[in-house]
Ligand binder design. Sequence first.
Ligand SMILES: C[S@@+](CC[C@H](N)C(=O)[O-])C[C@H]1O[C@@H](n2cnc3c(N)ncnc32)[C@H](O)[C@@H]1O
Length: 257
Amino acid sequence: MNEIVTNDKGIPQPKRKRGRPRKRPLEAHETVKPVANEQVVAQEDRKPELAPEPKAPKKAERAASVTIPPHYWQNIQGWCKFHLFYGEMVARAGQEATFVEVGCWKGQSAAYMGVEILNSGKDIAFHCVDHFQGSDEDAHKNDPEVRNLKAVFEENMKPCVQAGLDLTVHTSDSEKAASKFKDGSIDFVWLDAGHDYHTVKRDIVAWLPKVKAGGIIGGDDYPMKGVGDAVREVLGVEVNISEYDGWKYWHMPVEAD
Ligand SMILES: C[S@@+](CC[C@H](N)C(=O)[O-])C[C@H]1O[C@@H](n2cnc3c(N)ncnc32)[C@H](O)[C@@H]1O
């Protein structure tokens, strides 16, 4: 039931709302002084402070919580005779870098590079490019695993990936994969895909602009005629030739334009 409120002369009055009394509107000459009560209300209105979000562990902390595998590349079939050069590339890289290997086969050289990167503690993004179809070379055609090449590669890279390697696999033709990278964005690119003159020339032309000034481009199999001819034709005399265990590879620092 509604209650009628009257004043002391018995005249009905408008009903007052419960709670804080409504303030009288201010006259033009009046100002409001803060009162203690208002300060308390302001504090009550403040949202309770949230507990800080747990921060993502830094790379060094992550590394401490996973076990980096010892080198296992020798257990993988392949043709990597340039592993010491891969180690040098990791050592000369800055704290953050982008590396690309073109031609990965079952992952022998990639697994070596992966463990080197993990051991370095550097933030090196490692891109592996291969169409995983092998080639017309007998060693590829006659290998029974060529039908499952990508699966074999991925299996062989698992220990590195599980230890935190930042690996991107591009199942693609070399030239097409190169077009996905920005010019001047790569610190180190290694070419070990096709070995005939036209393919190697095409690969050097496609990847060279992607390497940043101060970066390195290189590749395996310099003694093969197609490789040597293409390298000399496109890169000229500035290219360096190194040798390991009787086998030569080529490499060249990229200068600013
Ligand atoms: C010599 S093997 C790579 C060997 C590997 N680096 C190692 O250390 O064992 C060449 C690889 O290049 C790949 N390949 C050949 N031509 C290619 C192309 N045009 N684009 C992408 N991959 C290619 C083949 O599928 C093969 O896996």
